[in-house]
Design a binder for this molecule. Structure first.
Ligand SMILES: [Zn+2]
Ligand SMILES: [Zn+2]
Length: 257
């Protein structure tokens, strides 16, 4: 791994370390690029485990200071991991256009009316269809650089079956059409979660996809571990090639729509 584009900070309340700690770790590891992409805040503060809406300016200032301090040693990008919530898009656009956030990750954890379904708690067949539709709509918005953990719903969905397969096929098809890279999630692998799923990866190979491995680090020392190397090898053994760097055309530098 030479670059990592999915990195959290303590501001989201379920990770440790400031942006600076991850940047220093990345420099020590010899990485060439890092994106700090914590979970985006929402005006209603209703998703648990997120920075507060009111904290954004302070977070952003601290991030800018860290970038200023280390920019000669490593390329650092600002970004966010985002849910596709239509009511939140204006803020995402503001982050892109006014604050220089350019690695915008679509990481859908919740979906449905009042965000009822949660990948970590209650996914069922009905939820899977809503999840896939929501992700695909998000991908089509043009606001996102790549798709994080498409198979995250397997955390709470009881088994690998044709519904899971259909949801992922719909998503992979859209990623293929829009040429949006698909993440293979290192945090799920590190934590022994049901994602990244080899069943999912096998069917994904039927599509013309680009992939990236990101560690989705929630602690600085997890930025690149032996487990990541194990995952890299496993993916290689499956005959899947991963991008070293996120292509420049996937950086979202201007949000027009
Ligand atoms: Zn997180
Ligand atoms: Zn994440």
């Amino acid at each position: 791994m030479i670059a990592n584009y999915h990195t959290h900070t303590k501001w989201c309340r379920h990770a440790k370390g400031e942006a600076e700690d991850y940047i220093k770790e990345a420099i020590g590891l010899g990485l060439k690029e890092i994106a700090i992409t914590d979970h985006v805040p929402h005006i209603d503060n209703s998703d648990p485990g997120r920075m507060m809406w009111e904290e954004f300016e302070a977070f952003n200032q601290k991030l800018d200071e860290a970038i200023e301090k280390y920019q000669d040693q490593i390329t650092i990008y600002k970004g966010f991991e985002c849910e596709y919530y239509p009511e939140a898009l204006d803020f995402y656009k503001k982050c892109i256009n006014n604050y220089g956030y350019e690695i915008m990750i679509l990481g859908q954890h919740r979906c449905g009316k009042d965000r009822y379904y949660n990948a970590f708690s209650n996914m069922d067949e009905t939820a899977l269809k809503i999840y896939a539709d929501t992700v695909c709509e998000g991908l089509k918005s043009g606001l996102f650089s790549f798709l994080a953990h498409p198979d995250v719903f397997l955390f709470s969905y009881p088994q690998w079956d044709k519904h899971a397969e259909n949801a992922l096929r719909q998503i992979y098809q859209t990623c293929e059409e829009l040429k949006i890279p698909v993440e293979i999630n290192g945090f799920g692998y590190y934590a022994g979660r049901p994602y990244p799923s080899t069943d999912a990866l096998k069917i994904s190979k039927e599509y013309q996809l680009t992939y990236m491995i990101n560690t989705d680090a929630h602690r600085p020392e997890l930025l690149y571990t032996e487990k990541t190397k194990e995952l890299e090898q496993l993916i290689k053994d499956m005959g899947i090639e991963v991008l070293d760097y996120l292509p420049k055309e996937r950086h979202i530098t201007k949000a027009i729509r």
